[in-house]
Design a protein around this ligand. Structure first.
Ligand code: F6P
Length: 509
């Protein structure tokens, strides 16, 4: 396969000067309407981008992912998260889901504490927030991710340990932060007044691929819900990683709706022609903005409070997947891969960082997401008054136009230059189904970019070095506990000074 920047299509796009005309361009499906009229493109740009996709072998790569081929070549694994949404054809998936269904139906605990980090946290938390109005009566789901004790302390403050089920979610069951929080949770349960010797067996469960480690921790393997090495961490929200906490919190049927929504988008990604394919088109527009326009940051702006955690999840999916220096053959790439993603729900962001988006010197392509219906209908709709949701949506309509068309003012501080690209995704309502659909869009958009760039979006060696150096520092702290001496051998002066100050409890003078 030719390299991304070695194709005639790439060269044609490099030479191409788009004349944006903001004419109506949209993907229409029964579940969503994606308007990309305000991107800085014209018909030729779209045609060239579609040819770029074909030239990259995107079609075959998507098929390879769906058929479970080992496309994660550096780790020798498949990236087969779509199989999680197709239980009727995957007996092992079906079996685990049946176990989760039964377990969640029998659950008597009102509080669920889910301990995990990264992919074992962000996707499930996004889904839980998005689907909160569907929660079973009386159920509370709390996520503990950070090893900073504040997270555990604040989430468990006021919780009755006797009415709490703790789920340890970790693919490897070795992640330092998760294991520290798991130990703390164990002690929290064991020290609760009236707790008996069976408390860990009865109130701690696990989601993992590492049964031996779960057992060694003291969790009954009967209370372990497995997944498989062909599910990558950041792509695992529809495995037991999300299924267990979400079925306990929302009820199994609602979790099944999340699977159905993701499965609908999977099918769309696999079958829709590229010109009307949401993940493919959005990935191509990202590539246009990153590689040809030089816009390397993207803002994700859901005009919906319950999507408050979507930017954080998207950040992991995009930046852990596509922040790569080498291509799939291990050769250095000479073009930008990945983009910086950030975001906040509207309208909060408008009163924070939008100034830079409207008038800053950098161009930041924006993705707006809005819904026809609110989850919480508040306020009066009358000739004299708009509802909360109507007020919210006025901004969803206004901001993309302000960015695209601007407003000329001879007084430059008040001049809005316009020509700032954005897309607007409109859906009917946020339900478990559409939350699952948005999850799969996020996954496939990142993967489609990786396929077109010719990189491996499914490994993450970049996070290893920091982890390894962290272990070395932990050993130094343990040595200090043992000997009272601070060992700074082999450390640079900067780190040595910081470590000494920390262990001595005083700022350097
Ligand atoms: O941050 C690195 C990472 O490996 C992520 O890719 C992963 O989602 C996270 O750590 C948690 O890993 P685990 O599920 O094994 O605890």
């Amino acid at each position: 396969m030719p390299r991304f920047d070695g194709t005639a299509e790439y060269n044609a796009l490099k030479k191409h000067q788009a004349k944006p005309n903001f004419s109506r361009r949209a993907v229409k499906t029964p579940h969503l309407y994606y308007d990309y009229s305000r991107q800085l493109i014209d018909d030729t740009t779209v045609a060239l981008l579609l040819r770029l996709a074909e030239a990259s072998g995107l079609r075959a790569k998507i098929k390879a992912m769906f058929s479970g081929e080992k496309i994660n070549v550096t780790e020798g694994r498949a990236a087969w998260h779509v199989a999680l949404r197709d239980p009727d054809n995957q007996p092992e998936v079906k079996e685990v889901l049946a176990k989760i269904k039964k377990f969640s139906a029998q659950n008597k605990f009102n509080n669920i504490v889910a301990i995990g980090i990264g992919g074992s946290y962000l996707g499930p938390e996004y889904l839980a927030e998005a689907c909160a109005p569907y929660a079973l009566p009386g159920k509370k789901l709390l996520f503990v991710a950070n090893v900073d004790g504040t997270d555990f302390a604040r989430k468990t403050a006021g919780l009755d340990p006797k009415d709490t089920l703790v789920i340890i979610i970790s693919k490897t069951f070795t992640t330092a932060e998760t294991m520290k929080n798991a130990e703390t949770a164990k002690v929290w349960l064991q020290r609760a007044p009236g707790s008996g010797p069976a408390v860990v067996r009865e109130q701690m469960i696990a989601v993992s691929t590492a049964e031996d480690k779960v057992k060694a921790f003291g969790i009954d393997p009967a209370n372990m819900f497995p997944f498989w090495d062909w599910v990558g961490g950041r792509y695992s929200a529809t495995s037991a990683v999300g299924a267990v906490p979400l079925a306990l919190y929302l009820g199994y049927d609602n979790f099944e709706q999340i699977l159905k929504g993701a499965s609908w988008l999977d099918d769309h990604f696999l079958r829709a022609p590229f010109a009307g394919n949401l993940p493919v088109l959005s990935a191509l527009l990202d590539i246009w903005n990153i590689n040809f326009m030089g816009y390397k940051t993207r803002a994700l702006l859901p005009y919906f409070q319950s999507l408050g955690k979507l930017p954080a999840h998207t950040q992991q999916v995009e930046m852990e997947s596509n922040g790569k220096l080498v291509d799939i053959e291990g050769q250095p790439v000479s073009f930008d891969t990945g983009e910086v993603v950030f975001g906040e729900p509207g309208t909060n962001g408008q009163h924070s960082f939008y100034q830079l988006i409207h008038q800053g010197t950098q161009i930041i392509p924006c993705d707006f997401i809005g819904f026809i219906k609110p989850q919480y209908p508040l306020g009066e709709s009358s000739p004299a008054s708009v509802t909360h949701h109507e007020e919210l949506m006025t901004n969803f309509f206004a901001q993309p136009d302000a960015l695209a068309f601007g407003k000329k003012d001879d007084y430059l501080p008040k001049n809005f230059p316009g020509n700032r690209p954005s897309s607007s995704l409109l859906l009917k309502e946020l339900t478990p189904f559409t939350a699952g659909l948005l999850l799969a869009w996020t996954e496939h958009r990142a993967a489609a970019k990786g396929f077109i760039w010719g990189i491996n979006s499914f490994d993450q060696f970049g996070v290893e070095l920091g982890k390894k150096l962290g272990v070395e520092q932990r050993n130094r702290i343990l040595e200090y506990h043992k000997t009272g001496k601070i060992n700074t051998e082999g450390l640079n002066r900067s780190t040595a000074t910081l470590l000494q100050a920390f262990l001595k409890g005083e700022l350097p003078t």
